[in-house]
Design a protein around this ligand. Structure first.
Ligand code: BGC
Length: 751
């Protein structure tokens, strides 16, 4: 009977889902009539050549006259990487005076700030602070707009479960829900309430789709993501961001299961246009259209243009497949001009929404750059993104700590601390730890010991050790140079490079508190360094204000609150590693014997036969969602509005957060669920909500999460989003290990 009800339920909900999704047709929504009329009237009068020009984006040619000529001839619709406001004004004037009269959209990678540099995106995710991410992106937008940039190639919401992949730095980590929340916040920040505001810039969510699953973490490598996993893990952040109004989408470099994204009709049209009703435009990644020839997916540039334009790609970045072939393809009758007209409309629609037709010129004052207000937000975000991984009563420094040894290759590395994708932030504005300590009341002895992170030279070590003996505490700042992560910077060895571990090891033998601070682009393997340090602050490159943030954190002026947005592995061999894996048929109990414990000549049958590694067990070094503070919290008094819910209900989960330590602080409660039984195997836990809640010492605050039952939907057996009836578990936890979590069982029923 239960099974019968269950099947009926699935069919009922499946039907609703099918009705919701498959009623879509190739008409997009949200297009208001005035806008539609404007776009039609502009595009319908264009010649074929002018239309093709709108579909072309070129990198800056450096030479303004050459660029102006292209614009005058209507051969280009967008440039990337021109950011001289005077040149932009000249180009826009030429565009308005060209036969088409269509303004340009000027794009650039404004990834984690423009001039004021915020922590890299994975660091922003560590803050679990969506409102701060929104603020940072709005600052980045205004600073960029002051140079005439009205389009950023951000946010990147590629789910990344492999820290060997250098671009893990540019996204929001491994979790679908966290990445969705961060992506929405970023888009709201860039685009503001209205794209028409000269301070707003269009966002571009990337890389669509699956790029973060590059095989073995090697950038640009193929991916093999099956449809259901695509829909349950990799696509939801894109869907969420598109639904929040993101103006553009960038295709990814990878081929998934044999199909390069730029020529993938299924994702670009079936899913993006028909299912999600996206009404902005799709741009390729740099040369990714012509690279379909390298993939062996297209025979030549004409074939690449054909595959891309029919799949749903609107604008081509850099390569010239569209410029060189579309006209011929229409003339030969291979494609209908109407297809090109539709592609152009998607672009013109966004140019219209940006207000470029009425005012394409730069009109934001230059003074917004590095303003005190912007630097203050950058400082706050650096503080909120520092993850305290260990603290043996060392931090914050007490009054006994007056003299500090500052050492390590990142202690004064003004460029490297800004992180990857820093095209515009100037290192002359960076506050390094050294600079900040020198402006503090601490007496600081600075000896780098190692000049840069890959440096293997140990000749300065003795001097560092001698100095260490004379101070009250040691602060080692190391990690990765900026160049070691980001695009095309994958690594197969993700331990600390150079002689860094050796220096930490030697410092740990001096009988002084050792605080290790890491600034990196990925989750490194840091088990040994963690053991040898009394405290560790882990930072993804913290940006312009990192040094000030560090002194504030060490001194207790700022209290750590950040959490890991990725699981930290014990060794490279555990990768890919992530917390929300599906349940295996033989889950590990955690009590399995490890190599060292297995007696010689032990019989095979006594080993347990569960899913774990003989040498590293099952668990990670550090779980997703983990991070300490100077204070401690406990969750108590769980109350839930019911234990049985139907589809239209909302689960309301209330609990008390008690500050049980000695400092005021911010707790980040996390709500996880587990669907115990489904039409397909389900994750052993899934993050569904989180919050930042300030709780003063000795106080307790009641907090409530609201989770609509519809948020339990997933792509099930029949490839439609379904909410399946049955039993679930729910936890309110401090991190994904669920240690000390409050737990509750509930059921979803079909009424
Ligand atoms: C990257 C994109 C970036 C584009 C434009 C490509 O190499 O993959 O993320 O937006 O270049 O600079």
């Amino acid at each position: 009977m239960r099974f019968y009800n269950y099947i009926l339920g699935i069919i009922a909900i499946g039907l609703i889902a099918i009705l919701n999704t498959s009623c879509s047709n190739n008409k997009t929504t949200n297009i208001d009539e005035k806008e539609q009329h404007f776009v039609d009237s502009v595009v319908n009068r264009l010649t074929l050549k002018q239309k093709i020009g709108q579909l072309c984006q070129f990198n800056t040619l450096g030479n303004i006259n050459q660029m102006i000529n292209l614009v005058k001839n209507d051969e280009v619709g967008s440039f990337l990487n021109v950011n001289d406001p005077e040149q932009i004004n000249q180009l826009q004037k030429a565009a308005l005076e060209s036969p088409s009269g269509i303004p340009l959209i000027m794009g650039r990678d404004v990834i984690h700030g423009y001039k004021t540099v915020f922590p890299i995106p994975i660091g922003q995710a560590s803050s679990f602070d969506t409102s701060l991410v929104r603020q940072a992106c709005s600052i980045a937008a205004e600073e960029a707009a002051s140079d005439g940039i009205r389009w950023t190639f951000s946010p990147m919401v590629d789910i990344a479960r492999d820290p060997r992949w250098g671009r893990i730095a540019e996204g929001y980590g491994e979790d679908t829900y966290l990445a969705s929340a961060m992506g929405i916040a970023a888009v709201k920040g860039y685009q503001g309430d209205n794209l028409n505001n000269p301070k707003s810039i269009a966002a571009c969510v990337k890389h669509f789709a699956g790029y973060g699953a590059a095989t073995a973490g090697r950038d640009y490598n193929s991916t093999f993501i099956p449809e259901r996993q695509l829909r349950n893990v990799y696509l939801p952040p894109f869907k969420a961001v598109v639904k929040s109004g993101c103006a553009s989408v960038m295709t990814s470099f990878n081929d998934n299961d044999g199909v390069p994204s730029t020529g993938n009709y299924h994702i670009l049209t079936d899913i993006l246009r028909f299912e999600w009703k996206f009404d902005g435009f799709v741009v390729t990644d740099w040369n990714s259209m012509s690279e379909m020839i390298n993939h062996g997916f297209c025979a030549d540039s004409e074939n690449a243009a054909l595959m891309a334009v029919t799949a749903g790609t609107d604008m081509e970045m850099c390569s010239r497949c569209y410029a060189d072939n579309l006209e011929n393809l229409v003339k030969k009758g291979v494609i209908n001009e109407q297809l090109i007209t539709e592609r152009v409309k998607n672009i013109v629609r966004i140019k219209y929404r940006l207000g470029l037709f009425s005012n394409p010129y730069v009109n934001i004052p230059q003074e917004v750059k590095y303003s005190q207000k912007n630097l203050d937000v950058a400082l706050k975000m650096s503080e909120e993104s520092a993850i305290l991984l260990k603290n043996e009563k060392v931090l914050p420094f007490g009054s006994n700590v007056k003299k500090i040894l500052l050492t390590g290759p990142m202690a004064d590395a003004p460029y490297d601390q800004l992180g990857t994708w820093c095209m515009d932030g100037e290192s002359s504005h960076t506050i390094t730890p050294l600079k900040a300590f020198q402006n503090s009341s601490y007496e600081v002895v600075y000896i780098p010991g190692i000049k840069y992170c890959r440096d293997k030279n140990t000749s300065e070590f003795q001097q560092v050790i001698n100095a260490a003996k004379t101070v009250d505490a040691i602060v080692f700042v190391g990690g990765e140079e900026s160049i070691m992560s980001g695009e095309a910077h994958s690594l197969s060895n993700i331990h600390l490079q150079g002689a860094q571990s050796e220096l930490i090891s030697q410092l740990s033998k001096v009988n002084k508190p050792l605080v290790t601070v890491i600034m990196a682009g990925r989750s490194l393997i840091i088990g040994e360094e963690l053991d040898k340090s009394e405290a560790m602050l882990y930072w993804f490159h913290p940006g312009t204000m990192g040094g000030t943030a560090l002194v504030n954190l060490l001194s207790g002026k700022a209290i750590p609150s950040a959490k890991t947005p990725v699981t930290f592995p014990k060794s490279e061999g555990q990768i890919p590693i992530y917390y929300n894996q599906n349940s295996t048929g033989r889950p590990a109990s955690g009590k399995e014997p490890l190599l060292d414990e297995i007696p010689l000549n032990e019989k095979q049958t006594s080993l347990g036969y569960t899913s774990y590694y003989l040498d590293s067990g099952f668990g990670p070094l550090i779980p997703f969602g983990y991070g300490l503070s100077y204070t401690t919290f406990s969750f108590e008094n769980l109350k839930i509005n019911s234990n049985t819910f139907s589809i239209n209900d909302t689960i309301e989960v209330s609990f008390n957060i008690k500050n049980t330590g000695d400092y005021d602080g911010v707790s980040i409660p996390q709500l996880y669920i587990r669907d115990l039984f489904g039409s397909i195997t389900r994750p052993i836990k899934e993050l569904k909500r989180f919050a930042r809640v300030a709780v003063n010492k000795s106080s307790s605050i009641e907090y409530t999460f609201k989770l609509p039952v519809t948020d339990l939907a997933f792509c099930g057996m029949y490839f439609v989003d379904t909410i399946e009836p049955g039993k679930y578990k729910l936890w309110i936890a401090e991190d994904s290990s669920l240690q000390n979590a409050l737990e509750y069982d509930f059921e979803v029923v079909i009424k």
